[in-house]
Design a protein around this ligand. Sequence first.
Ligand code: ADP
Length: 522
Amino acid sequence: MPTTSELTPILIVDDRPENLLALEAVLGHTKYKLIRANSGFEAIEYLEMNDCAVVLLDVQMPVMDGFETALRIRMDRKTRNIPIIFLTASLEDVNKMTKGYEAGAIDFLYKPFDPEILRTKIYFFVELYKARLENKYQADLLRIQDEQNVNSLLENALDAVIGMNAAGNIIYWNTQATNLFGWSKEEVLGKLLSEVIIPERFRQLHQKGLQHFLETNEGPILLKRIEVFALDKKGNEIPVELTVSPVMRDKNITFTAFVRNISDRKKMEEAMIESKEARLKVEKLAENLKDAIKARDEFIGICSHELRTPITSMKLQFQMAAKMATQDKESVFTKENALKRINLANTQLDRMIRLINDMLDVTKITSGKLEMNFQKLNLKTVLEDVLERFDEIFKENKIVLNYKPLSEDTFVSGDKYRLEQVISNLITNAMKYGSNNPIDVSIANKEGNIELVVEDRGIGITEEDYEKVFVKYGRACSLLNISGLGLGLYITKDIVEAHKGRIFVKSKIGLGSTFTVTIPGI
Ligand code: ADP
């Protein structure tokens, strides 16, 4: 604040020393510091470097009169508001004075002037001057305090704070920035921010973004928290969270960035993700285990049921044979009767063997050990051999088989035993689910692929179950009344695929199913 001991400067301008003396006589011995100027030039020269509360300006001066001097004072931005009191002897001057001086305060005094009026006028302008000084002082004080507060806030912020100007140079760098990046304030001030902390691969992007903002005022990353990588002094990339705010300062745009190291948070997040993944894996394993145990229990249940049926039936045959033998009647215990019982028991035994073989195959497939012995085979011959073996059963069950032998050969590279298994599974199913209707079997060479088709006119499969029937233990739900383990088609598919072939089904409920197997010919 200006102290009272400081004298208020007042500029008195007159070419006549006696007039200056007269003014000093009136205003001297007061709190004013009177500065003499003998001409308009001197007055302007003084004002270039100094301030004053008011200018007392004589109008009648040689070379540059009071009006011209006043005009020049008004033209300079620094001095245009300094109040001027013209000293004049003529009323005409007063008229001139009131025109052309819009800016700043002006007043006038007639010569010879009344000392009391002069003192009063001067007092009034001096008070104005003091008030102006005080306001400015308060405003400066507030600004300095604000700046100091902001600076100390930024300096002590927990985040790194970096200032950048519109050219991309660093203009501010707080202690945390030094801690985070390793560069001292002195090392980086004035340097391009992009070259100091932005990894090379992002520099162009940064430059473009800055340019775009300066041209359009659009900055998609401004005033948002974003996660990026920054470079430290050693060249390490650090994950950071960044907020950039544009700041308008004295008509210049600058940017303030708050940067926070999030390495620890990232590590924690990663650890959390990992532990979550591990937990999910364990949960999945537990789930799979549960499913496996459930499937095993169901399997054991079905197996016992499936095995009990032929065993019971076999036992019945043996009991009947034993009964016949003990009856001691030759008419009952005939060779034919005995053979009939033995054959029936044999059929059940075959069924049991098939079941046990299927189970063994599944175990082999699961452990990846279903071995194949590939050799050149005529698939047509394999098919006809199997059909011949089924001939008796077709006849017994009064099932019509439609098969037109093919003249063409159908060579494939295959395992004879396994391909027989494929065909026999499909035919067994066609009989089992074919409602005793005729079965159509065909084989053809289709553009190098050998295509084998088994078609029945039985109960059919819904489209939703097409895939399910090829899955381990997969059975079409409506068929639980027909016994089976749900393994045959699973094994069949595995064998076909081991031959680089494909198997698929097309079916209509109540109308029948068509199973097609294709294997590459050779
Ligand atoms: P299983 O006959 O022992 O159940 P499969 O694996 O041979 O096992 O067959 C799986 C399921 O596919 C059967 O349970 C049955 O629902 C269905 N399926 C198979 N073949 C036929 C067919 N020809 N017609 C209708 N459904 C069939």
